[in-house]
Design a protein around this ligand. Structure first.
Ligand code: SF4
Length: 311
């Protein structure tokens, strides 16, 4: 049986691409690339992903952490950013290069994605799709089942692994076609079109671009911190505070032993100093702003102090 490597974003389009392949009797291995900006929840709970794969009837699932390579392109994307800090064209090229590396390793015949011609102005117009394919070195190996009839014939079509007439010629941003197809496949829940990339979030996007522009450290650790908390940037210094219990727990877990961590002697957030040397007075003031209990204690004439968090 022929086998395809599906680039799976969990959005409706990539689900449909996988279901079309299954309908054509092709084995599907669904790969999810993960970084702190997308798919990261599966780092802690990969089982969640494999259950999802099973629910859709795909044969195998694969999770691949590509953070280091992704940060390289995020710092300086050759093809620029989208609306926010999302370097979509370079990101897709990276995904496909990684997918190509996997082809022989896992014995796969071709790569498939849920991309639709003309769906996104920047990264999914016909020229961009061709450029992505060329730069990733996967020409002929990449099948986009939803728009295949609008694109050049691919190797799996030429070899008769999949019949071109059973593929589609969908074009543009409209969703009616996908919704009809989803109904035909009996999908009970319709997910959002894309898989939720935090780099497209205006607040996180602006923060990430600032860090890049000011040449602050962008590492796997700071990338994880960038998607949570309240961030404060002063000349040369940068720190983050948790906004709730969960974020405080995560900041502590990530930074303990690596970055200086502070809190107050009264219940208050956890603050991690990512860069620079802020004065203790400044750290105290920032923490105090977010602790009602500490403010109350001071109003009542009590004492509140800055506490270094240790293991
Ligand atoms: S939205 Fe995010 S995950 Fe999707 S292609 Fe763009 S950068 Fe990559």
């Amino acid at each position: 049986m022929a086998k395809a490597l599906l680039l799976f974003s969990e959005g409706l389009d990539s689900i449909l691409a996988g279901l079309i392949l299954k309908r054509e009797q092709i084995e599907v291995c669904a790969v999810r690339f993960i970084t702190p900006f997308f798919g990261w929840k599966y780092r802690e709970n990969p089982q969640l992903y494999f259950e999802k794969i099973k629910d859709f009837g795909f044969d195998e699932g694969l999770l691949l952490d590509i953070t280091e390579d992704f940060l390289e392109i995020l710092r300086k994307p050759a093809h620029g950013y989208g609306d926010q800090a999302n370097p979509c064209i370079d990101c897709k090229i990276l995904f496909l290069r990684k997918a190509k590396e996997l082809l022989s390793q896992i014995g796969v015949d071709f790569i498939a994605t849920g991309e639709v011609v003309g769906q996104r102005p920047m990264s999914q117009n016909r020229n961009a799709l061709e450029l992505i394919e060329r730069e990733a070195g996967v020409e002929g190996l990449l099948l986009r089942p939803l728009s295949a009839k609008l694109l050049k014939e691919t190797i799996p079509e030429k070899k008769g692994i999949i019949k071109r007439e059973n593929l589609y010629s969908h074009w543009g941003r409209g969703r009616a076609f996908q919704l009809t197809l989803a109904k035909e496949f009996g999908l009970k829940e319709i997910p959002t079109p894309a898989g939720g990339c935090l780099l497209t979030d205006p607040i996180i996007g602006e923060r990430v671009l600032r860090v890049i522009k000011e040449r602050r450290p962008l590492t796997p650790l700071t990338a994880q911190l960038l998607v949570m908390g309240r961030h404060y940037f002063d000349d040369g210094s940068w720190f983050v505070l948790g906004r709730n219990e969960e974020e405080n727990r995560r900041i502590k877990e990530l930074c303990l032993g690596t970055l200086p961590l502070f809190t107050l002697s009264e219940p208050s957030p956890i603050l991690a100093v990512i860069e620079g040397n802020s004065s203790e007075v400044s750290l105290f003031q920032h923490l105090l702003k977010h602790s009602r209990k500490a403010q109350k204690k001071l109003e009542e004439g009590g004492e509140v102090s800055l506490v270094q968090v240790e293991a």
